[in-house]
Design a protein around this ligand. Structure first.
Ligand SMILES: CC(C)(COP(=O)(O)OP(=O)(O)OC[C@H]1O[C@@H](n2cnc3c(N)ncnc32)[C@H](O)[C@@H]1OP(=O)(O)O)[C@@H](O)C(=O)NCCC(=O)NCCS
Length: 184
């Protein structure tokens, strides 16, 4: 069963380790943290910043990943979605899809947002597939947008509107429920 729980003090060290994992880092736009103290400062600021919300993804109660809404703007009622499954054994089993369904509910049903958007590296097929399944549509293609690992990468700009998620929500949740990933 997949859940999202609020951040706790000791999550800082697991986020540091997950974010540095090469299978996570290769799909991120930024650099991985290298200094634990700087990472701790980022974590502490994140938790008190009203424009950001972050959760630990749990698999049967055990931490397995990270989900976040950042750049939350109440004026425009939108936020940026980002997530990863940090535990390698939890990837490819639906945790990402389930965490995303829970994250979109936080965005649209709890925070009252109208739109969630994200930027995904253009060759991140798994993320693109998972996001398309939740109703994210392609809103732009950003050429040579990210410099990473010694080269430029293209990125895809995605967005999902509140009603687009609501139109898919029931079927998506039913599917995840049948797979034992979400409660009814
Ligand atoms: C992207 C990520 C969060 C997806 O979570 P996940 O639990 O691994 O993926 P899921 O099992 O939920 O599968 C999502 C989709 O990708 C497909 N998929 C998953 N693993 C796959 C693989 N190894 N090969 C091909 N397809 C795969 C699934 O079939 C599913 O497709 P569907 O929605 O059409 O059924 C996770 O793989 C991850 O953390 N990747 C590294 C970091 C990252 O890319 N984060 C997103 C940055 S934008």
């Amino acid at each position: 069963m997949i859940g999202l729980r609020d951040l706790q003090d000791d999550d800082s060290r697991r986020l540091f380790a997950w974010r540095r994992d090469t299978e996570v880092d290769r799909w991120m736009r930024g650099l991985p943290p290298s200094d634990p103290d700087a990472h701790q400062a980022w974590f502490d600021t994140f938790r008190t910043d009203p424009t950001r919300g972050g959760w630990i993804v749990t698999l049967n109660g055990e931490p397995c990943g990270w989900a976040a809404l950042t750049n939350i703007t109440t004026k425009n009622r939108r936020a940026e979605w980002g997530w990863y499954i940090g535990e390698p054994r939890a990837r490819g089993r639906g945790a990402g899809r389930a965490a995303q369904a829970l994250g979109l509910d936080r965005a649209f049903r709890e925070l009252g947002l109208e739109k969630v958007w994200s930027e995904v590296l253009a060759d991140n097929d798994i993320a693109l597939k998972a996001q398309a399944g939740a109703g994210f549509r392609r809103e732009g293609y950003l050429r040579r947008h990210v410099w990473k690992d010694g080269r430029f990468h293209d990125a895809v700009l995605l967005g999902v509107l509140r009603e687009e998620w609501e139109a898919r929500r029931e079927a998506a949740r039913l599917d995840l429920h049948r797979s034992g990933l979400l409660a009814a």
